[in-house]
Design a protein around this ligand. Structure first.
Ligand code: AMP
Length: 414
């Protein structure tokens, strides 16, 4: 099956086409046919396109919304110009898999999209007002383009964390607020945590039940997950993706009283305060320079800037604090797994996070750590009791696989 995987944002649309089916999943023979992104929807959009083999292409076109963008990329992929011989016309797409950010309490696993599921995703808009509306638009655009007979599947960022127990997902607020408004921890990046947990157990030849790890997804958004017996036991993001680790532009954890304090002192409205915490904080806020870890690291090397150093130190300190907390919550773990743009590519950040963790039995192997850039690798030393891995995430692959499994009615694997 040729599965079109879509991640629909406010002004961008990321896409991949992955050829997969149950045999290919079993034999690990899924094939990525092409991938890319439409940026700047609403005006003159830029379309970046990469076929499996051959050079990448950058195109421009006036694309007013996600419907126009989807129409454009689907027709382009089906054309001779794309270099994707498997897709000759729009009928060669067999299914669409959507990344959906919030599934609330309703969706505990991936779901085939029908009117009821669509209504459920719309009902979660209250919980993710910035994300779910764009996901809904992506689904409607695909329905419009392909017709309602083409199967579509929603894969939720929150679903993997639906196993978190009450004591970890409830906040210590008046209980009626949970009853009335479903205020609780949901967690995000679930597809990424689930994928690297799956790769970890494949690398070690373990069963799901034998998988006891802490996964750190460190990208522009960052989150940690405590995974016991293959299931999410706790995670650092909360009701929204703002809680937890320090991120590119998000503050992560802070004293909740600070929110009102900032609003009063700076004369900000609730939504302006929200914007400050989500878009002007984190690495960007502390450094005053950039949200980009790679840039911060080269700046530190060249100029040894104090605030840049602080931003990196606070980022790593918070991650280490979560590792300690999760080791306690899950009665110890077998491994720490790093993923996401920073986790996969920055030996320096990994080394800073794992420094002085000998008390927990963790020793990184400096050489293995330095060599592990953008690839799967064991990075802990031979005598380390707590192992450490770098494992590149692949959310799109998991979305494509879930799409196939849901359509064919295979039981959910994890
Ligand atoms: P993601 O959101 O997963 O794409 O991750 C984006 C983050 O990964 C940005 O902060 C990038 O600067 C960071 N990143 C990517 N490559 C590297 C690298 N080689 N060293 C440090 N950070 C990196």
């Amino acid at each position: 099956m040729n599965v079109l995987v879509l991640n629909s944002g406010s002004s961008s649309l990321k896409f991949q086409v992955i050829a997969t089916d149950l045999d290919r999943i079993r034999e690990y023979k899924d094939e990525r046919l092409c991938w890319g992104e439409v940026e700047g929807m609403g005006g003159e959009a830029i379309i970046k396109f990469q076929p499996r083999s051959g050079p990448s292409k950058t195109l421009t076109a006036p694309l007013r919304d996600v419907g126009a963008a989807l129409d454009y990329i689907v027709r382009f992929i089906a054309s001779d110009r794309s270099g994707v011989p498997e897709i000759k016309h729009t009928g060669d797409f067999n299914a669409v898999g959507h990344r959906v950010v919030h599934g609330g309490e309703m969706f505990q696993e991936s779901a085939r999209i029908d009117d009821k599921v669509l209504k459920g995703i719309e009902d979660c808009i209250d919980l993710a007002p910035l994300h779910n509306p764009n996901n809904v638009k992506g689904i409607l655009a695909a329905r419009e383009l392909f017709g309602s007979d083409l199967p579509q599947v929603a894969v939720f960022d929150t679903a993997f964390h639906s196993s978190i127990p009450e004591q970890a997902y409830l906040y210590a607020l008046p209980y009626h607020l949970y009853r009335r408004h479903r205020i609780r921890r949901y967690g995000f990046h679930g597809t990424s945590h689930r994928y690297v947990a799956f790769r970890y157990r494949a690398l070690r030849g373990l069963t799901r039940e034998q998988t006891n790890i802490i996964t750190l997804h460190l990208g522009n958004g960052c989150s940690a997950a405590a995974i016991r017996a293959g299931r999410s036991l706790d995670t650092s993001m909360g009701m929204t993706p703002l809680e937890g680790l320090v991120m590119g532009t998000r503050s992560g954890d802070l004293d909740p009283a600070i929110v009102n304090f900032i609003a009063r002192k700076e004369g900000l409205s609730p939504s302006e305060t929200d914007t400050l915490l989500n878009t002007q904080s984190g690495l960007l806020g502390i450094s005053g320079l950039t949200n980009d870890m790679r840039e911060l690291q080269s700046e530190l090397k060249e100029h040894d800037d104090r605030r840049v150093r602080l931003a990196i130190e606070i980022f790593c300190y918070r991650a280490r604090k979560y590792i300690g907390a999760y080791l306690a919550c899950m009665d110890g773990a077998d491994a720490i797994v790093f993923t996401g743009g920073i986790g996969e590519n920055s030996p320096d950040v990994r080394a800073r996070i794992c420094a002085s963790m000998e008390w927990a039995g963790l020793h990184l192997d400096a050489q293995k750590n330095n060599d592990a850039i953008g690839r799967e690798a064991l990075i802990s030393a031979g005598d380390s009791k707590l192992l450490a891995y770098a494992i590149p995430t692949d959310e799109e692959l998991l979305i494509a696989r879930d799409t196939v499994r849901v359509i064919l009615g295979e039981p959910h694997p994890s």
